[in-house]
Design a protein around this ligand. Structure first.
Ligand SMILES: [Zn+2]
Length: 403
């Protein structure tokens, strides 16, 4: 079964050549993209969709979410808007609510959040554990996450539960808890921050998870300068996320990880992506992450929603893109790239082909997964030009119409 999408006014591929085609068409065959080019040269297909002069982008790749939770933190949000500052301790409120919720309800809630994201153009997403914080509840969070998300990250090291010794809890995270979640996860993460896990504890978590064969990610440098970025670099993490407070040495260290990478060819050793979470920065009234400076220094960035009940209760990648353009001084092309290809790079899913079966996501090219987002606008510029307007017109996820 093949589908021709034609009459595309602007096709923003986000491929290795950064091509933007006008008057274009795309052909989907099964779950993959089989052709793209000028509409006038398009081959015949079983079915045809007239894009009506709209813009087509890759679907959003949301590389950082926390969707396995119950309850909400409206009261904490109100207090923050009234002037209280954010601290990591609010996570405990969600842990209590999550532990008291059945598997059925946790799954239903998470599926609802995924559906909300997909309806806004997200076609590939990561989610984390981290609201269980004991062996039983982290394991069921990981199991549920593996049924609702494309990529699952183990975040037992989200917060030390109240009343527990931090070093003993770190031992649990590195030992029995890791062993129990391991069948359900491919990534591990640690909240390396004042009030969460210190450098030594974070290092132990990263080492244990690396030894267990997991890819690594780090929550770092959110609330102040700290060791998060340097640890991510030291351990070869795929991504360090938040990155609000960076020293010059942090920026240089991240740039250095990409010295073996040929961005034009998409080849070579991948370094550590800096993942910016602008919706979280706004919701915590933190300074926005320095995305412009990171890009100028040669560090690839991702934009992600950080959808979670405490600090960023939105899955709107369009909102992140709008903010990145209006307030972080990215171009629309750079912002869309960070929210598609950048997210894929942060999950190491930006390459792959028919042969290895790990089909690439986050860009539009032959052989890549057919994850497409048709805007109700003639160009991607409208995402920033018309802030707050819901512009998702149609979504294909792995070749299937999802909206
Ligand atoms: Zn997070």
């Amino acid at each position: 079964m093949s589908t021709l999408i034609t009459n595309i006014a602007e096709l923003m591929t986000q491929d290795v050549e950064h091509r933007v085609l006008k008057d274009a068409a795309v052909v989907i065959e099964g779950e993959r993209i089989s052709w793209l080019g000028p509409a006038s040269a398009a081959p015949a297909a079983d079915d045809a969709v007239d894009a009506g002069g709209r813009a087509l982008l890759p679907g959003w790749v949301d590389s950082h979410t926390h969707l396995i939770f119950a309850g909400d933190r409206t009261a904490e949000f109100e207090a923050r808007m009234a002037g209280e500052s954010y601290s990591a301790g609010g996570i405990a409120v969600t842990v209590g609510a999550t532990r008291g919720t059945s598997d059925y309800d946790l799954t239903r809630l998470a599926l609802g959040r995924v559906a909300e994201a997909v309806s806004q153009g997200t076609t590939y997403l990561e989610t984390k554990t981290g609201y269980g914080l004991d062996v039983e509840n982290e394991t069921r969070s990981a199991r549920i996450a593996s049924t609702v998300a494309d990529e699952v990250t183990y975040l037992g090291a989200h917060l030390v539960p109240a009343g527990e010794d931090p070093d003993e809890y770190t031992d649990l995270v590195c030992g029995p808890m890791l062993a129990a979640v391991r069948p359900y996860v491919s990534w591990a993460d640690v909240f390396c921050e004042q009030g969460a896990f210190n450098e030594e504890q974070s290092r132990r978590v990263l080492q244990a998870c690396k030894d267990a064969g997991l890819g690594l990610r780090v929550h770092g440098n959110q609330l102040g300068e700290g060791p998060g970025v340097q640890l991510a670099v030291e351990f070869g993490a795929a991504s360090v996320d938040h990155v609000n407070y960076l020293s010059r040495a942090d920026v240089h260290a991240l740039a250095d990880t990409w010295s073996g990478w040929e961005s034009a060819a998409g080849a070579g050793e991948r370094g550590t992506v800096a993942t910016c979470l602008p919706a979280c920065d706004l919701s915590t009234r933190q300074p926005l992450a320095p995305g412009r400076e990171l890009l100028d220094a040669g560090v690839p960035i991702a934009l992600a929603s950080n959808c979670n009940p405490g600090t960023s209760y939105t899955s709107s990648m369009a909102f992140c893109v709008t903010t990145a353009v209006l307030q972080m001084r990215l171009s629309i092309h750079e912002a869309v790239r960070a929210a598609t290809y950048g997210g894929a790079l942060a999950l190491r899913r930006e390459s792959g082909n028919d042969v290895d079966g790990e089909r690439a996501v986050g860009s539009i090219a032959v052989g890549h997964r057919a994850d497409l987002h048709l805007l109700n606008a003639p160009s991607a510029t409208h995402l920033a030009y018309r802030p707050g307007i819901p512009l998702t017109h149609a979504v294909w996820r792995a070749g299937a119409r999802a909206r």
